[in-house]
Design a protein around this ligand. Structure first.
Ligand code: ATP
Ligand code: MG
Length: 404
């Protein structure tokens, strides 16, 4: 067994010694069998949340009412969830109550897809009641039990199905796909936050092209924020090979750029993304718009900063000729590194120096003068040293009174 599981072994051991059952479950078991990198390790146990809290020194109660306690072990968090079935579902999205049960099989039965419904015991033996292993080798996404029922219980599962298509390069089993087409409208009830998690994983998956095409095919896009009437735009997006993109900022930038919303900010707010991400995507799209019209100038590169310049170049090239991406990005980095200065912080004068040189009262003119100095230095018309800048300021005839 590989190391993430070995790390978590002590938790299973402790639970066993106290007389409880405990297994690794869900995504980690799936990824282990697929030889993929293992993300979070989730543990299912017959111990109740209070018992888990008593057994371990460092725990965080993240949802004891749903049966989940986080156990911190060697600095890593592990979700330990009590075997549970779910009471009746309301609003196609949440069970009305949680029922603790004593059997692993019932806990696995409530899980979304057969490939996510396997458990592994402390010795590495796989528990597979629903054909998960077979579906892994057939590369098939199939619900545990009737897809209609499972999507009625929680409509998010439809979006999860397609995000696994993207991440794992699997296909939907025909019944599961048909049920998605028939029940796409149930996504209306699902919170934006849950949709955002799945779309982000979908965009970053290796098979996003097929997954996006499937979103359109099943009409799920009609129930996703800002995508209601964006079928053609999504199809266009699905023609790009996003695997060359590196960050979630770049993924959201390409996504937003293809969707062409009336307002970029409004669109991203609909997805309830963090402010920092929204700001970075907006900046990328602003520069993308400029660079589509005209080439990078040295000053444009300087203003954008290396992070934005690299992302914009990557996005821009991806849309024209994906084979050129790495070469073009490298050229941009080289050009950026050859700029006389890369940021304002490298200027060898401060606002105080400028006030002192020109013997004028402080005011908004100072930052405008700094801007002119930056332009002159980046254009290699001025050297970045204090005395050269002073002399330039004294002789360059900037019209401080009128324009500054
Ligand atoms: P990832 O690698 O992206 O974390 P994952 O399969 O671990 O994928 P999680 O969202 O972390 O996905 O969920 C952990 C497990 O919980 C799943 O493998 C599945 O067994 C179960 N699960 C998660 N969401 C649902 C859901 N909406 N309905 C039923 N079971 C679910
Ligand atoms: Mg997980």
């Amino acid at each position: 067994m590989n190391s993430p599981f070995v790390e978590a072994r002590t938790i299973l051991d402790t639970l066993h010694q106290a007389g409880y059952e405990a297994y690794y479950v869900g995504g980690a078991v799936r990824d282990f069998l697929l030889n993929r990198q293992i993300g979070d390790i989730d543990i299912a146990t017959s111990a109740k949340p209070v018992d888990v809290q008593h057994l371990f020194k460092h725990t965080i109660d993240v949802g004891a009412e749903h049966g989940t306690i986080i156990v911190l072990h060697n600095g890593s968090p592990y979700e330990v969830t009590t075997f549970r079935a779910e009471g009746e579902y309301v609003d196609n999205r949440r069970p009305s109550h949680v029922v603790y049960i004593s059997s692993l099989i019932e806990d696995l039965r409530r899980r979304d897809f057969t490939i996510n419904a396997m458990a592994m015991d402390i010795n590495g033996k796989i528990v597979d009641y629903f054909n998960g292993k077979a579906h892994l080798s057939e590369k098939l996404i199939q619900t545990v039990g009737s897809p209609e029922e499972r999507f009625n219980e929680d409509a998010l599962r439809m979006l999860r199905a397609v995000r696994f298509v993207s991440q794992l390069q699997f296909t939907l089993c025909p019944k599961t796909k048909k049920a998605i087409s028939d029940h796409a409208h149930l996504l209306k009830e699902i919170s934006v936050e849950r949709k955002t998690v799945e779309i982000e994983k979908l965009l970053m998956g290796v098979n996003q092209k097929q997954a996006l095409a499937m979103i359109v095919d099943t009409n799920m896009h009609s129930y996703l924020p800002g995508l209601e009437r964006k079928k053609d735009e999504l199809i266009r997006l699905s023609t790009y090979d996003m695997r060359v993109l590196k960050t979630n900022i770049e993924h959201w930038s390409l996504f937003t750029n293809c969707i062409q919303p009336r307002s970029v900010e409004e669109f991203l707010r609909k997805w309830k993304l963090p402010n920092k991400l929204i700001k970075a995507v907006k900046k990328n799209i602003d520069y993308l718009t400029i660079v589509k019209e005209k080439q990078w100038s040295d000053f444009l590169l300087y203003e954008a900063g290396v992070e934005t310049a690299v992302s914009v170049e990557r996005l821009c090239t991806l849309m024209i000729d994906p084979k050129q991406v790495e070469g073009n990005v490298k050229r941009i980095i080289d050009r950026f590194q050859q700029l006389p200065i890369q940021s304002k912080s490298q200027l060898n004068v401060t606002g105080h120096d400028i006030i002192d040189f020109l013997k004028k009262k402080p005011g908004p003119w100072v930052s405008k003068v700094i801007f002119e100095i930056e332009k002159a230095i980046v254009a290699k018309k001025l050297e970045n040293n204090k005395s050269a800048i002073k002399e330039w300021l004294m002789t360059c005839n900037l019209d401080f009174d009128q324009n500054y």
